[in-house]
Design a protein around this ligand. Sequence first.
Ligand SMILES: NC(=O)c1ccc[n+]([C@@H]2O[C@H](COP(=O)([O-])OP(=O)(O)OC[C@H]3O[C@@H](n4cnc5c(N)ncnc54)[C@H](O)[C@@H]3O)[C@@H](O)[C@H]2O)c1
Length: 257
Amino acid sequence: MSAKTGVLTGAAGGIGRATAERLAGEGWSLVLVDRDEGIKGVAGQITVPDGQKIIGVAADITQPEQYSDIDDAVAAIGAPLKFLGLIAGVLQTAGSIETLDVEEWDRVFNINVRANFLLIKHFIPALRTADGASIVTISSWYGKSGHGFFGAYCASKASVISLTHTAADELAHDKIRVNSVAPGNVATSMHFDALRKEAEERSVTFEQMKDTEWGKIPMGRAAEPAEIAAAVSFLAGPDGSYLTGATIDVNGGCMFT
Ligand SMILES: NC(=O)c1ccc[n+]([C@@H]2O[C@H](COP(=O)([O-])OP(=O)(O)OC[C@H]3O[C@@H](n4cnc5c(N)ncnc54)[C@H](O)[C@@H]3O)[C@@H](O)[C@H]2O)c1
């Protein structure tokens, strides 16, 4: 039986998958959750030694009635749950506050904020029994300042930081630390799809759009997903033992600009 069991949402995506690979390499048994059915294949591709398990569960995190499938997978691993990584999230369709449909606002908040509240609420009792556990949320540098045409996404990620603070305050006495990682641009399909759309709208090539956006980043490039996973791993494990309520910026210097 593995001594370290974690649940990771959004694990079929760029950052989620890199985090799953990183944590698996550090001895974690993991339940990988994603609404993408490919999650089972992702879990199958991560090889771990005997005694460690990686289980993929296809579930929509906005639907609490689907959480029992995650519980069953945690029970199948059979160790106390010590980690909850809340990585799943969506970007909004770009649009000004004046023109953005309220349905799009609700979709983004439903996934990025409401589902994370529901998941934290659901897993508190299990995490409490571990006698030392942690939760890591993924916010964004867009949650630390407003950006035109991304009002729903920015406000949702600011809410993630606020939810992280509240949970950290409420759960410290239960030996559950709660922290956030705030990435800048990360080389995943979320970022590349947004660049592609923007390039189309401006009638420029994808490479030109990428050069424009990456040119604004002091370090001159987007992060690799593994660079975000490294921060999640730090917060999840013993090196982060005195951190709670913190948000670690991993953004190549974006906040200086
Ligand atoms: N890529 C970036 O530039 C960037 C920057 C800052 C923050 N982030 C945040 O990092 C996190 C991961 O993003 P990524 O870049 O890996 O994106 P991604 O699109 O590659 O992965 C996101 C994953 O979340 C899953 N997901 C979305 N809604 C879900 C739902 N309702 N139920 C279950 N799974 C769901 C998707 O299926 C996908 O696999 C997100 O919260 C995102 O907002 C990304």
